[in-house]
Design a protein around this ligand. Structure first.
Ligand SMILES: Nc1nc2c(c(=O)[nH]1)N[C@H]1C(S)=C(S)[C@@H](COP(=O)(O)OP(=O)(O)OC[C@H]3O[C@@H](n4cnc5c(N)ncnc54)[C@H](O)[C@@H]3O)O[C@H]1N2
Ligand code: MOO
Length: 405
């Protein structure tokens, strides 16, 4: 039987292999207060009109428009405040004092703002013409009972939470948060705050990945980094309970790149062995004998973070029932770029808007995949397709904006 090639896969091919067989996780009910960032597992539908009554848009007086003749005096009949409606019906010649958000009393069809009113004891007269704006918000002007307000699959942000609250929901049905376990590997890694030897560095990959996972709607679990030992890596992975395991480092071909060999002890079956992408070529993906899925990211920090954008973010989207497509925008190059080689290149860059309103990207001169400092300053990635021709300043390129605080 011919072996399916798993090495050097195009980014799109790798992505579709990684997403094959991923389905949405189950649902749970959470309190509105705890629902920020969660993904709805069921639509939110209105069961009441909003506003539930015709409401005044201004502070003023509610009257019948037909009564508004020049110089007419109205009888002050009562008051309608927000939460304290006027119980009566506005009769001919009546004016009811009314405030913003209060129910417009039956019989009234016009609210005159108080700046145009002159009260004298129990009477009031108005400067307004009879074509004055009504200042009345109709019943259901925001939404009507039965309206679909939020779709299943939408992610709850502050504005959507406000809409759910306006519809009276105290609880929401949301997709269970994907549990993502993150395991850094390498003898050289020391936890920040630790005491590194002269041949060691501080571990910086997992903190960023964990933060990205949380930003993208997952729940991250950072494990203690393991040494470059197949036994230690297999032992660490053995006990992980998660929807996805992400390893960092040990993905390449060196004698100490042991993650894949270690996990072959746990029955690792690869769907992706490497990807034609720069940075991040050693990225791999597979399934353990017990069905747990593992995404292997390269150790170089920029490689890990670029490939997290390209593969981990879509995985979290698919696990939460959202569209896993990566959304790119067009932007103009600030400088010329050379032709690209055989790997799709995602270049760290800055995105800005010029005085004419055009999106402009500026590429960092040093694209080495080890540079944490460059990634910390980047707010966009430029996509250079495989074998793209040389580009000139001003050319339009595809850009992935990075969510930066
Ligand atoms: N002969 C070849 N050598 C390499 C190839 C190749 O094709 N042939 N590929 C290169 C590419 S591309 C990459 S990317 C790197 C990635 O390799 P690994 O995934 O095996 O990563 P490591 O060797 O473990 O580490 C690389 C680099 O990153 C540092 N690192 C690792 N983990 C972390 C972490 N959690 N936080 C901060 N820094 C980390 C590590 O110290 C190394 O400096 O391989 C090339 N080699
Ligand atoms: O692809 Mo590696 O990620 O060049 O550095």
């Amino acid at each position: 039987m011919a072996q399916v090639p798993l090495k050097n896969l195009a980014v799109e091919e790798a992505r579709s292999r990684i997403l094959a067989g991923i389905s949405r996780l189950g649902a749970e009910t959470v309190a509105l207060e705890g629902a920020l960032g969660r993904v709805l597992a069921a639509p939110v539908t209105a069961d009441r009109d909003q506003p539930p009554f015709a409401a005044s848009a201004m502070d003023g007086w509610a009257i019948r428009r037909a009564d508004l003749t020049p110089g007419a005096h109205f009888r002050v009949a009562g008051e309608s405040a927000a939460g304290k409606a006027y119980g009566g019906i506005v009769a001919a010649g009546d004016a009811v004092r009314i405030f913003t958000g209060a129910p417009v009393p039956a019989g009234a069809d016009l609210v005159i703002i108080q700046e145009e009113a002159h009260r004298d004891g129990d009477t009031v007269r108005f400067d307004s013409e009879d074509d004055a704006k009504a200042h009345i918000r109709p019943v259901g002007g925001d939404f009507r009972a039965g309206d679909g307000l939020l779709d299943s699959g939408s992610r709850l942000d502050p504005w959507r939470l406000s809409l759910a609250a306006a519809a009276g929901r105290a609880k929401l049905e949301v997709v269970r948060r994907p549990q993502i376990a993150i395991l850094a590997t390498g003898d050289e890694l020391v936890q920040p705050g630790g005491d590194p030897g002269p041949d060691q560095i501080f571990e910086s990959g997992s903190i960023a990945l964990a933060a990205l996972v949380e930003t993208w709607g997952g729940s991250a679990q950072r494990l203690m980094p393991t040494a470059d030992s197949a036994q230690a890596i297999a032992a660490a992975v053995m006990d992980i309970e998660a929807d996805l395991i992400v390893t960092i480092g040990g993905a390449s071909v060196g004698d100490h790149d042991l993650v894949k060999p270690a996990l072959s002890q746990l029955g690792l079956s690869l769907a992706v062995e490497s990807v034609a992408v720069r940075p991040g070529k050693p990225t791999w993906f597979g399934t353990l004998a017990d069905g747990r899925r593992v995404l292997g990211l390269p150790g170089n920090p920029a490689s890990a973070l670029v490939c997290a954008e390209l593969f981990l973010r879509p995985l979290i989207s698919a696990l939460t029932g959202r569209d896993p497509a990566t959304t790119l925008i067009g932007a103009h190059l600030d400088q010329a770029l050379p032709a690209n080689g055989p790997r799709e290149h995602w270049m760290r860059a800055n995105l800005a808007i010029d005085p004419r309103g055009r999106a402009i990207v500026t590429v960092f001169p040093d694209q080495d995949s080890s540079l944490v400092s460059v990634f910390a300053r980047a707010d966009a990635l430029i996509r250079r397709p495989v074998h793209a021709a040389a580009a000139s300043a001003g050319d339009l390129v595809d850009v992935l904006p990075l969510a930066r605080a």
